[in-house]
Write a protein that binds this ligand. Structure first.
Ligand code: SME
Length: 162
């Protein structure tokens, strides 16, 4: 059993640091990418409040394919360049979206989603996956969350590259 205890009242920077350290600890010495993505998705869900979806899409060929996640069942395949996730994968740039309804081509997997943060995971100079976080609260994510998830993505890239 793993027992990581996020501090509910901790400053956001501390929560992201603790999340990253927990993710490094839980993936250490494990080479199975799916197992590592599953545990990291669970940790994100445990550490970050106010989410309705948290997980991975894997870059396979020229599309994203659903990976381990916590939340409602989601769309399975997203072509590069489509929606928030496909844009992150195609550009290699973090997508911080305060209002998903204002994002051209946003793909609504869960009607409850109001804001979204998608961060590419890069290994060997290639986008291998994206981390996708959805919230029912508009503008739930800020630059600090983006920086925190970018640091998480860098820390676990090798462990999920498969
Ligand atoms: N909203 C995403 C699709 C994935 S779901 O949010 C889980 C998008 O526009 O790419």
């Amino acid at each position: 059993m793993f027992d990581f205890s996020p501090g509910a009242d901790a400053p956001k920077s501390e929560i992201h640091r603790d999340l990253r350290e927990a993710a490094l600890a839980i993936t250490a010495g494990e080479s199975d990418a799916v197992a590592n993505m599953a545990n990291v998705a669970a940790l994100i869900w445990q550490f970050l409040p106010d989410l309705n979806w948290a997980g991975f899409y894997r870059a396979i060929g020229d599309e994203l394919v659903l990976g381990p996640f916590v939340g409602k069942p989601a769309c399975i395949r997203i072509p590069f360049g489509r929606g928030v996730c496909g844009t992150a994968a195609a550009t290699g740039q973090t997508q911080l979206v305060p209002d998903v309804h204002a994002f051209p081509g946003h793909i609504a997997c869960d009607g409850a989603s109001a804001s979204e943060l998608v961060v590419p995971v890069v290994a060997d100079a290639r986008v291998v996956a994206v981390i996708d976080l959805d919230s029912p609260t508009p503008a739930r994510f800020d630059e600090e969350d983006a920086a925190g998830i970018e640091a998480l993505a860098a820390a676990i890239a090798a462990a999920i590259a498969g």
